[in-house]
Structure formats: structure tokens, C-alpha cells
Design a protein around this ligand. Structure first.
Ligand code: GLU
Length: 318
């Protein structure tokens, strides 16, 4: 068993991220598996090295450790995405040879117009209607003289289903998520491609992550298949919402681990609180992460999203 936690260093970790990290770590440790830490800084415009450092410090403060990672190394490194570009290019070349990609010349404005159309919204915004898939090769050559295209994966026509370790059986209709971008016009590799290449190359057998990514999974399963790679098992854990009802996000930084630490919370208090709200324990009593290993069962993790009340926060700090 090989599990992982893969933070994006674009903001300080909040308690929702900490909850995901704790659960992924407990899943690996309770199975006697290997736990990997991977820094997902493929989006260089949003990632900052000092936030990567802070994430490692936050995780250690919680009492988590890892067997392979950016700071400790390992056989399947490097463990920082910005150092793995050659692998992503290799995968792109393979997809290109298989005829699974096409160039997309749509402008941001055209894509924004799509976003306001009544299409389903996934984690990456509106579903792309496939405009550039049908371009003739003449038109494509003509456009490529004027503009750098992005590259899209031509989604398959089969439904995609999988069994989620927390959310249960999932079935997505054909083309759910549409033809998604694997490389942006500015050269940036997409999360969807990088995560598949990395999880496969690092031998990850179990992906446990936030439920905001559940609709990315059918896209990733298509990439696993197209690249001839073995897909891991998936478990998507519930998201946390703040007292005002908004989803905890790194950018609003409010419930960050760093802020809790400054406010005087101990790691045992935070871990005990996370264990209780995740469904692992009955009461939010202070506990060390390692003490939870023996009693961890994936089946106990709640599948319901959580709204954090002010009262719950008080308890965390008392
Ligand atoms: N890097 C992603 C994030 O921080 C997580 C990716 C994943 O777990 O697949 O949201």
C-alpha cells in the first residue's frame, strides 16, 4: 500500500487540508504502508517556495511523517512537480502519438462565454463544448500561425464509473468534464495530467483527497487508461465549510493551521478535533495522531460535508 498527500503551496494550510492529510496518513500507517509527500507546484504562478516550507512544518507540527518526500528524498523522486517536467512531456508525447490530443485555439473570452452557458460545472469550470475538436487541418495550420494553442484531451464516449472508498459507487456519463486541457497555451502542464503521471510513477495505490476533486477522477481515469497505467483506488473525503457557509479555501486563510497555532491550539487538540469531526472518534478529546492509527477504518470516515460553527471553533481553542 502506498498513499500520499499532495498539497499545492498556494496558501497556508487550513484545517480542511489538515483533515485530508491526517486521514491519508492514517490510511497508510494503519495499513503498514508507505506515505509519500508530494509538492504540487506545477502552477508556478500560484505556488510559493515559502508556503511549501510552511506546509511541511504544519504537517510535522500535527505529528505526521512521511517516508518519501521533497525533504527526505526517496527512490521515486523528485517529489516536487516543478522538477518533473520531462515526465509530463513524455506522457504528452505518448498521448499525442495515440491521437488523443488536439490543439485548442479558443480565447479566454470564448471560454468565458461557455462558462455562462447552462452547462454542468465541474471543478475546472464549464464543460468545453468541443469547438476546436472539429477543426480541419487547414484551419488548424492557419490558426497556429497566429496563436499558440492549448492542448486538450479528447474525452471518450463511454461512461466512467469507480468505487469510492468514502463516497461509494460513482458513475459519470460519457464525456463528463468534457475535453479537458492537459497543457495550457502558456506551456503550463495541467493538474489532471501531472497528478496521473506522478501517482503512477510513484506507485501510489490509494489516493485519499478532498471531495472537491471527485469530478476530476473520471478525467484522470481516462488518462490512466490512455497512458496504459494502472489506476489507484480512490477515496474522497468531505469538505469543510466555515461558519459563514463558504468553503474553506487557502486564499481566505482564516482557519489556517498557522493561525490556530498562534492562537494557542496544541497539535493534540487539533488532531482530536479533526478525528471527531471526521467520524473516527466520538468526542473531540486531545490525542496524538499516532494514537489513532490502531483504530482507523476508512469506512468510519463520514461522507457528509461539514459546516464548522463558532461553537466548534471555541472548543478547538479552549
Ligand atoms: N494538489 C491538490 C490540492 O492541493 C490535490 C491533488 C490530489 O490530491 O490529487 O488541492
Amino acid at each position: 500500500m502506498r498513499g500520499r498527500f499532495a498539497p499545492t503551496p498556494s496558501g497556508p494550510m487550513h484545517i480542511g487540508n489538515a483533515s485530508t492529510a491526517l486521514l491519508a496518513w492514517l490510511q497508510a500507517r494503519s495499513a503498514g504502508g508507505t506515505f509519500i509527500l508530494r509538492m504540487e507546484d506545477v502552477d508556478t504562478t500560484r505556488s510559493r517556495p515559502e508556503l511549501a516550507e510552511l506546509a511541511l512544518a504544519d504537517l510535522r507540527w500535527l505529528g505526521l511523517d512521511w517516508d518519501e518526500g521533497p525533504d527526505v528524498g526517496g527512490r521515486r523522486g523528485p517529489y516536487t512537480q516543478s522538477e518533473r517536467m520531462a515526465l509530463y512531456e513524455e506522457a504528452l508525447a505518448k498521448l499525442e502519438r495515440a491521437g488523443s490530443l488536439y490543439a485548442c485555439f479558443c480565447s479566454k473570452a470564448e471560454l468565458a462565454a461557455v462558462a455562462s452557458a447552462p452547462h454542468g460545472l465541474g471543478s475546472e469550470g464549464a464543460v468545453y463544448p468541443g469547438t476546436c475538436r472539429a477543426l480541419t487541418s487547414e484551419r488548424r495550420s492557419e490558426l497556429s500561425l497566429r496563436k499558440r494553442p492549448s492542448l486538450r484531451y479528447a474525452a471518450g464516449s463511454q461512461p466512467v464509473s469507480f468505487e469510492d472508498g468514502v463516497a461509494g459507487p460513482q458513475c459519470f456519463p460519457p464525456g463528463a468534464g468534457g475535453d479537458f486541457i492537459v497543457k495550457r497555451a502558456d506551456g503550463m502542464i495541467s493538474y489532471q495530467l501531472a497528478v496521473v503521471v506522478d501517482d503512477a510513477a510513484m506507485g501510489v495505490t490509494d489516493v485519499l483527497r478532498g471531495a472537491d476533486l471527485i469530478d476530476s477522477t473520471p478525467r484522470q481515469l481516462q488518462l490512466y487508461e490512455a497512458l496504459g497505467l494502472r489506476a489507484p483506488r480512490f477515496a474522497h473525503v468531505p469538505l469543510m465549510f466555515g461558519p459563514d457557509g463558504s468553503r474553506l479555501a487557502k486564499r481566505n486563510g482564516g482557519l489556517s493551521l498557522a493561525a490556530l497555532r498562534t492562537a494557542g491550539a496544541s497539535p493534540e487538540q487539533v488532531v482530536g478535533w479533526l478525528a471527531a469531526v471526521s467520524g473516527l472518534t466520538d468526542k473531540p478529546e486531545p490525542v496524538r495522531a499516532a494514537e489513532l492509527i490502531g483504530q482507523f477504518r476508512l469506512g468510519r470516515v463520514t461522507s457528509k460535508d461539514l459546516r464548522i460553527t463558532d461553537e466548534m471553533l471555541q472548543r478547538l481553542l479552549s
